[in-house]
Each structure stands twice: as C-alpha cells, then as structure tokens.
Design a protein around this ligand. Sequence first.
Ligand code: ZN
Length: 148
Amino acid sequence: MYDLHDLYQEVIMDHNRRPRNFRKPDGANRQAEGFNPLCGDQITLYLAVEDDMIADVGFQAVGCAISKASASIMTESVKGLSVEDAEKVFEEFHSMITQEDFDADVLGDAELLQGVSRYPARIKCAALSWHALNSALDDTEEKTVSTE
Ligand code: ZN
C-alpha cells in the first residue's frame, strides 16, 4: 500500500525540483503578484486569457518547496480551463485547505495538497499562488496579494 503521506511528500518534492510552467508565457495579458511575509515566498503569476479561456499560464517564484510546488500544481490544474471553471477550482481548493467540504473531482491533482492543511504554518505557503490566480482572474489590472 502506498502511504498517502509519502505520496504527498513525493509530489511536493517533484514539483519543487521540476516546477511546471515556470516561465512567463507568450501572450500573457494578466498578471498578479503574491507575497507571503511569514515565510518570504514571492510569486508572479501570468495568464494568457483568450476568449475567456486560459490559453496559457506560467509563474516565476522564489520561496519554499511548498509554495513552489503548489504553484506548479495550480498551473497544471487550470491550464486550458475557462475563467469560470478556473474560479471554481480556486473555490474548491480554498474549501479544502480550510478543511471545509470540497469537490475532489473539480480539484484533480491539486487534491494532493490536502496534506498541507495538517500544517497550519504552511497553509499560507500553499495558498499564495491560488490567491494570485484568483486575483489575476478578476480583471486585467496588475495587483499584489498578500496572504497576511
Ligand atoms: Zn513558504
């Protein structure tokens, strides 16, 4: 049997070592900055939104393993989705991380980040990129979000 805790660790480590979509995508037309002062995590999230679809997504970040892995997983989760569907994924993630009921089918691989909710000090690390996503989905203005 595969231990879920091991799986969680392995996924975080893998995404931290080889972050997916770690770049500014061509055609990026929305952007949000995120900063988690408690840990020092910083992220810039880029979306290329065309016809209300997330045609491409990428990020640049400095910070801890969890913040980078969560951002990497998030970009994979929302790439190709409509803006509306991406907002739903954000809402389900937020419910999961705050230990409320959530729809695992909507989350896909992001469900593996559920383990973070057991470590209150790390929730802000994991949530940073997701809040940046929510902010970037909102409109075309540049914004800065903070998890504080
Ligand atoms: Zn962190």
